[in-house]
Design a protein around this ligand. Structure first.
Ligand SMILES: Nc1ncnc2c1ncn2[C@@H]1O[C@H](COP(=O)(O)OP(=O)(O)OP(=O)(O)O)[C@@H](O)[C@H]1O
Ligand SMILES: [Mg+2]
Length: 236
């Protein structure tokens, strides 16, 4: 099993979008995938579990697992898109606050996850240093940081990179150029950031699909980008 955590200290850079479409691309490559929503804004949950009742999601959310009130097996939803999901709800922010000084919580989360049988686990995280982000970084083998168009990219990237280093365990930390143009990617590479070869270009098709809770059309340029990224990430 490989655990991939998607993280950035900047909001709105494409973390959830990357978590969604990379997980679907890996699923299309016949891999068994679990996504975990560690963001109380729960956009990842919303994408995969549109047809589930709020009460059902509430009763099986990640916060209950982290608190020790629910087994991880019982928290897993089977989504209609073939990816399994551990959901988040707004209540996670309160639970995370209560667990802030429980240093064993990320360790418990790690051992629960490692007992599961998946090829890849992808974890979406909130854009701030927090209990949720610490949990996501602690359990990660690879941390993907979407980098887009902002003059604050390098600062946010460097702070996160040092947090990943401090989390220990020889984790791989790499940026994924997201929602960018080629010209911008060159500037980022020249700035010394370690980035994937694959670029996820800015595309209305991606924004529309993620809003609609739909996968990208197979063979479309955007779907191909995620397919190539999936291959690149699987090799890391
Ligand atoms: N490659 C892309 N092309 C066009 N739009 C994109 C692309 N990637 C993301 N977006 C859009 O940008 C917005 C922010 O993306 P997303 O929600 O994935 O960011 P995020 O980093 O998860 O945000 P937050 O920090 O709030 O959780 C969304 O409306 C999404 O559809
Ligand atoms: Mg998000």
């Amino acid at each position: 099993m490989k655990v991939i955590t998607v993280a950035s200290l900047k909001g709105g850079v494409g973390k959830t979008t990357l978590s969604i479409f990379l997980s679907l691309a890996l699923r299309n490559a016949k891999k068994k995938i679990l996504v975990v929503d560690l963001d109380h804004n729960n956009n990842l949950t919303d994408f995969f579990l549109r047809d589930e009742e709020v009460e059902t999601i509430q009763g099986k959310s990640i916060g209950r697992v982290l608190k020790g009130n629910l087994s991880i097996d019982d928290s897993i939803f089977k989504s209609s898109l073939g990816v399994d999901v551990i959901a988040s709800v707004p209540e996670l922010s309160q639970i995370a606050f209560e667990l802030l000084f429980d240093t064993a919580a990320p360790l418990r989360f790690d051992s629960m996850l490692r007992d599961l049988k998946y090829d890849f686990v992808l974890i979406d995280t909130p854009p701030a240093i927090s209990f949720e982000l610490s949990c996501g970084l602690h359990v990660a083998d690879t941390v993907l940081c979407p980098v887009g168009y902002s003059r604050w990219n390098i600062q946010g990237y460097s702070i996160l990179e040092s947090k990943v280093e401090r989390a220990g365990g020889n984790k791989i930390f790499i940026g994924v150029p997201s929602a960018v143009t080629d010209k911008r990617v060159e500037t980022l590479r020249d700035g010394g950031l370690s980035l994937t070869k694959t670029v996820i270009h800015k595309s209305e098709v991606i924004a529309t699909a993620s809003d609609a809770g739909k996968p990208l059309k197979e063979g479309s340029p955007s779907a191909d980008e995620f397919k190539i990224l999936a291959k690149e990430i699987a090799k890391i």
